[in-house]
Ligand binder design. Structure first.
Ligand code: NAG
Ligand code: NAG
Ligand code: NAG
Ligand code: NAG
Ligand code: NAG
Ligand code: NAG
Ligand code: NAG
Length: 448
């Protein structure tokens, strides 16, 4: 027998032979995420004509994604195949009128173009195809998808300039836009960015109206993003969270003044491009900005004093540019370390060497706000959500920081949580959840 016997097939056939009167066809929810599944996806899955959620992220599955998936997508709402080893092309024939809300293919080896038929996915909210080998130009044709809120194309082989959009309000609901680490060229897509309506809504700033993305089912839309220099998996995405990451491309030209219109933007990263000119003073209008990275460009001139108005700014990186003059003082500027400014020969003043004129009296404040803010950023970080998240998935892909879960220490806490999870497991009709099955198996054995 093939040693790469598909664990999934085995699994499914076991279930098929269950003595219960279980109608396989009525299955709507299948969660086998974070296990050790290997092998390829059987195309028999496509016969599950009522399947709405297929969650297989965090396994070691390989092979192509069967093309019949686009056929069942008339019912399918969430297809989460992130963090596996799938290769080949993304299925191409998404039919009209389909229900697909979240297509998560991040972290595989998929190649080829982005299928044009995604245009038919009028309900698509999350398209996450980052960290693959997809080769194409920028999919401007996605601009008309009315619900698209999260577009992650990071770390692929995308190239070319980002053209002019054809609609008046491109990407009407886009709030998370990550195209970092590709080969995009030309000037920054100023026209398009300027019209991102969802990043300009003042009511976005009303914390009391904050909600989580998703449809209220057990599935939470989760994404992995770089923020404040850390890679963070946000297990539940707040609808007020907004970010633009264009870092690691070959954009040149100036930063447009119009960027200041995005007054609910929280994270902006233009690092590692070839931007020239000055930092626009309109950055001072980004009143919600918490993280700004313009490092590794060729920006010149002075740092606009308007940046001092940004009360929430807790991560700033202007290093490796050609900035000059005195670093502004006051506001958050008192909290940044020299690492935020190094590699700019002409800069002086706190926290770098003094300017040689009069000395100013600003003393550094502590750094502790940095890390508190980071937690605030991670949508609704409370112990309740840690518990919830640990039960229903890996809440924290935090590559640093809260390593408690990774190290499974303290043990008492981990086992307490797992106990609670097992007890509180609920199943609804037509749904199977064996998320992190291995954890339970291990535990059960231990108890025996
Ligand atoms: C899917 O169902 C059809 C009939 O409903 C059957 O002929 C076919 O063999 C099934 N495919 C798989 C792969 O099980
Ligand atoms: C998928 O749809 C195409 C065209 O709509 C059809 O030709 C094909 O037989 C379908 N495949 C399955 C497995 O249903
Ligand atoms: C925020 O939303 C709440 C609830 O909708 C409302 O009562 C409050 O007035 C809003 N605050 C602001 C500043 O808009
Ligand atoms: C900005 O992007 C670069 C490259 O992707 C990354 O190394 C850096 O950490 C990011 N900056 C912040 C503040 O997250
Ligand atoms: C800024 O970028 C430099 C060089 O990439 C890096 O060493 C530093 O850690 C970054 N600082 C911050 C605050 O992200
Ligand atoms: C930055 O500051 C640290 C102390 O906070 C100091 O050790 C280091 O030499 C400084 N680096 C530069 C380039 O000024
Ligand atoms: C600035 O302060 C440093 C010590 O903090 C001192 O050595 C230097 O002479 C001062 N420069 C001027 C111009 O007062």
């Amino acid at each position: 027998m093939d040693q790469h016997l598909s664990f999934l097939c085995l699994f499914l056939s076991l279930f098929l032979q269950f003595p219960f009167n279980f109608s396989w066809n009525s299955l709507t929810f299948l969660d086998l995420g974070s296990n050790l599944l290997e092998g390829s996806l059987p195309s028999s899955l496509c016969n599950l004509s009522n399947l709405e959620y297929l969650l297989l992220s965090g396994n070691s599955m390989t092979g192509p994604i069967p093309h019949c998936f686009s056929n069942i997508s008339s019912q399918l709402k969430v297809l989460d195949l992130r963090k596996n080893g799938f290769h080949g092309k993304i299925p191409t024939n998404f039919p009209e009128g389909n229900q697909l809300r979240n297509l998560g293919l991040n972290g595989n080896k998929l190649e080829g173009p982005i299928p044009k038929s995604l245009k038919n996915c009028k309900k698509l909210e999350v398209l996450d195809i980052g960290h693959n080998q997809i080769s194409d130009t920028f999919p401007m044709w996605l601009e008309s998808l009315p619900e698209l809120s999260v577009l992650i194309l990071a770390s692929n082989q995308l190239h070319g300039t980002i053209g002019i959009s054809e609609t008046k309000s491109p990407f009407l609901k886009l709030r998370i836009f990550d195209i970092s680490y590709n080969h995009f060229t030309g000037s920054l897509p100023a026209e398009m960015i300027k019209n991102f309506q969802a990043m300009k809504r003042v009511d976005n700033n009303n914390q009391t109206q904050a909600k989580y993305m998703g449809d209220g089912s057990y599935y939470d839309d989760s994404v992995t993003l770089m923020m404040k220099g850390l890679e963070i998996e946000i297990k539940r995405v707040l609808t007020i969270f907004t970010t633009i990451d264009l870092s690691g491309n070959e954009f040149d030209g100036k930063i447009p003044n119009s960027i200041g219109d995005l007054n609910s933007l929280k994270v902006l990263n233009f690092s590692r491009n070839r931007l020239i000119g000055v930092i626009p003073s309109t950055f001072g209008d980004l009143s919600q900005l918490e993280s700004l990275d313009l490092s590794w460009n060729q920006l010149a001139g002075k740092i606009p004093v308007e940046l001092g108005k940004l009360n929430f700014l807790s991560a700033l990186n202007l290093s490796e540019n050609q900035l000059e003059g005195r670093i502004p003082t006051g506001g958050q500027f008192n909290t940044f370390q020299n690492i935020s400014f190094i590699g700019n020969k002409g800069l002086c003043g706190f926290p770098l060497k003094d300017c040689g004129g009069f000395n100013h009296s600003n003393s550094p404040e502590s750094w502790k706000h940095h890390h508190k803010d980071l937690l605030d950023l991670m949508s609704g970080f409370t112990w309740k959500s840690v518990l919830f998240g640990y039960c229903f998935g890996t809440i924290l892909g935090l590559s640093i920081g809260v390593v408690m879960f990774a190290t499974r220490k303290p043990k008492w806490f981990v086992s307490l949580v797992e106990d609670m999870c097992i007890r509180s497991k609920t199943t609804r009709r037509g749904s199977i959840r064996l998320h992190q099955f291995n954890t339970y198996r291990k535990k059960w054995k231990h108890d025996m």
